[in-house]
Design a binder for this molecule. Structure first.
Ligand code: WT7
Length: 652
């Protein structure tokens, strides 16, 4: 085994360096400048976007617990939709803004120009306004991966409404919780969402969700498959009919830089998902800058991020970053393995994709299908490859590098979070060497620090590990949790005073390069999607047969981490295969298919301290099949439960 310090190092090629926006010397100079004078650095970067009223202030930030407040460009005004569309019209009105590739490969691709994007977004904005949506109102978007999802985002931004996208894989219950959580006025959805040849009935899910919401919440329905839906007059609005009548112009609202642009719900270590709030000015500057520099994006490039707009990756790198830069961005409705394992590579060939950005879990799944699926495609257009969402294992990295990139394409392993708005650490093509599995270097303005988890003291020097915090703010940082600034401060600023706490562990190797080692809290990462163990537990205990549940992650060959559930049944319930199936379906209904338990183990007792706290460390070890290092179990109220759990470990 090679240790991380002995990891192979791949320096950038002369060709990559010559092409890149930033080389090694420029990175060093700019990075130093970004820390030395953040106001000057970010003041200059703020000019990437067009302001209605230019800002005169740049950074105004306080990380002190009790007073946390984050403001960037606070006296400037702008409109995100005007920045992503209108300002490009004079020079690139006929250029393709969005390439839409449908789930079904036989359906012709659609190329939407900036001019077309402009009229579609204005129409959608006018439809929303006619439904009573005004500045500051919340709109839920529950959509397939179709251009109308991007129109909906930009239409909200155009009139100053705050969107909150709910991934189409979430259940009606999860949707209802988010509609109610942010007090949305309208839910935008479509009839059905095709994916991998199957269809999710989005409108019926929305119907089911709206039963649990206030009566005046309206539903705007986009016709996509033409599939049958039920209709409630007065509540449901037909997008296609209304858009056909709507005006194709709409004056963009003048928004303050610190007005919220969107809310995105994400899982935490405790409680229900929290509404991460991103604002207008700083977010857009940061998304645009990272999109250009991390991916070495140049005018005319075809950029493809395979994420769903339901995740932050889709917000920043399908819609806002690329469109702010006047790029051509590809939106793909399908999945990597439908109709077969060559789909991604066929799409790359068909649209001559230059930058390709995906998740390690997809690479692992495709790698297992063999190289013949790749080799029959012409991938010569690819120039930059990216990964995101979880640590990438060296096998997947090597396959990506050798088979997909054919050794020519730098791989940017981008570490970031829903909370950060954009990349915080990544090697930059042309500036940094790559090491398989390392996020390498901080982006401009980012000061990563490694802290001792117990003392909270900064660990200096190299060859060290600990918890990862960030010392100072950057423009793309989240500003608050919707409706709960206390929780925001408590979650991110209370464990390590004066720092933003990421929830990740990390190592800084002998060369000073960063390696993310995974979450240090009760959050697990399933196929690059964040899942709170507490959420799955509360879904399980909501079932009548379940008395108690504890959920942990365990290593899974494709998903990165799988969901392992220990379940204690009520006295009158009997363990059975039928009940096991029922609980799995139950969790899918409560949260969504992404939360589907991989393993359920019946646990007559759970390992608890005398004060009643479940010792998850032990449960994690058992789930990992690592019984030799359970550590000290003497503090358990009843140590014998551990023997029982080991004896009955599922799949042992
Ligand atoms: C968590 C954030 C950012 C968009 C996708 C996920 C993990 C993310 C990497 C990476 C190692 C990574 C972290 C982080 N993560 N990117 N390149 N290497 N780990 O967003 O759902 O907010 O999850 O994903 O653990 O904290 P998210």
């Amino acid at each position: 085994m090679t240790t991380q310090n002995e990891s192979p190092v791949y320096p950038p090629s002369a060709e990559t360096i010559a092409h890149a926006h930033v080389n090694a010397a420029e990175y060093d100079q700019m990075y130093t400048a970004s820390l030395a004078d953040p106001d000057a650095f970010w003041g200059a970067q703020g000019k990437r976007v067009d302001w209605i009223k230019p800002f005169t202030q740049v950074k105004d930030v306080n990380f002190n617990l009790g007073e946390v407040s984050i403001n960037w460009y606070a006296d400037g005004t702008l409109n995100v939709s005007a920045n992503c569309i209108d300002r490009h019209l004079a020079t690139r009105g006929d250029q393709t803004a969005i390439i839409f590739e449908a789930d079904n490969p036989d359906e012709p691709a659609r190329n939407i120009t900036y001019n077309e994007l402009h009229s579609s977004v204005c129409k959608m904005a006018n439809v929303l306004a006619s439904m009573g949506v005004a500045k500051g109102d919340r709109v839920i978007i529950y959509m397939p991966m179709i251009p109308e999802a991007a129109y909906a985002m930009l239409a909200c931004a155009r009139i100053g409404a705050i969107h909150s996208i709910v991934f189409a894989g979430f259940s009606p219950d999860a949707l209802a919780a988010r509609v109610n959580g942010c007090g949305a006025k309208v839910v935008i959805t479509a009839d059905h969402a095709p994916r991998g040849g199957r269809k999710t009935p989005l409108k019926s899910n929305a119907d089911a969700a709206l039963l649990h919401c206030k009566e005046d919440v309206k539903c705007l329905v986009v016709k996509h498959t033409g599939g049958q839906t039920t209709w409630i007059d007065g509540r449901d609005y037909d997008y296609n009919a209304l858009a056909a009548e709507a005006s194709a112009t709409c004056v963009p609202a003048e928004m303050n830089a610190e007005d919220p642009l969107f809310i995105l719900y994400t899982s935490g270590s405790t409680g229900q998902p929290k509404g991460v709030v991103h604002t207008t000015g700083g977010y857009l500057v940061y998304a645009a800058m990272t999109h250009e520099i991390t991916f070495d994006y140049h005018d005319g490039d075809i950029f493809w991020c395979t994420a769903d707009v339901g995740w932050v990756t889709g917000h920043s790198y399908i819609v806002y970053g690329p469109l702010a830069n006047g790029a051509t961005t590809l939106m793909f409705e399908g999945v990597p393995t439908y109709p077969d394992a060559s789909r991604f590579w066929q799409v790359c060939e068909k649209h001559k994709v230059n930058q390709f950005y995906t998740a390690p879990t997809a690479l692992r799944a495709l790698m297992g299908q063999g190289n013949e699926w790749v080799e029959k495609c012409d991938l010569s257009s690819l120039r930059i490859l990216g990964t995101v969402g979880e640590p990438i294992n060296p096998e997947a990295w090597n396959w990506y590098n050798d088979v997909i990139g054919q050794g020519r394409c730098p791989i940017v392993d981008t570490w970031w979070q829903t909370e950060t708005g954009g990349h915080l650490m990544t090697p930059l093509p042309g500036a940094h060497a790559m090491k398989p599995g390392s996020a390498m270097k901080p982006f401009f303005g980012i000061q990563p620090v490694v802290l001792d988890p117990t003392s909270g003291v900064e660990i200096n020097g190299n060859d060290v590990d600990g918890v990862l915090c960030i010392k100072d703010s950057w423009p793309g940082q989240m500003r608050t949790i919707w409706g709960d600034h206390e929780r925001f401060q408590k979650t991110y600023f209370s464990d390590y005073k004066g720092y933003y706490f990421t929830g990740d562990g990390c190592k800084r190797d002998g060369d000073g390069d960063y390696w993310i080692t995974g979450r240090v809290d009760d959050v697990i990462n399933v196929s690059g999607h964040r899942m709170g163990t507490a959420e799955v537990e509360s879904a399980l205990v909501a079932h009548v047969a379940v008395a108690e549940a504890a959920v942990v992650g365990y290593p899974h060959p494709i998903k990165g981490q799988g969901i392992y559930c220990y379940v204690t049944l009520m006295n009158d319930a009997e363990p059975s295969d039928a009940l096991l199936k029922e609980l799995r379906t139950w969790v899918r209904t409560e949260i969504g298919p992404i939360a589907s338990p991989d393993v359920i183990q019946w646990a007559p007792g759970l390992p608890k301290t005398r004060s009643g706290k479940i010792m998850r460390r032990i449960l994690r070890k058992i789930a990992e099949n690592d019984f030799g290092s359970l550590g000290d179990i003497s503090t358990l109220a009843d140590p014998s439960v551990v023997d029982d759990l080991i004896a009955n470990r599922t799949g042992k």
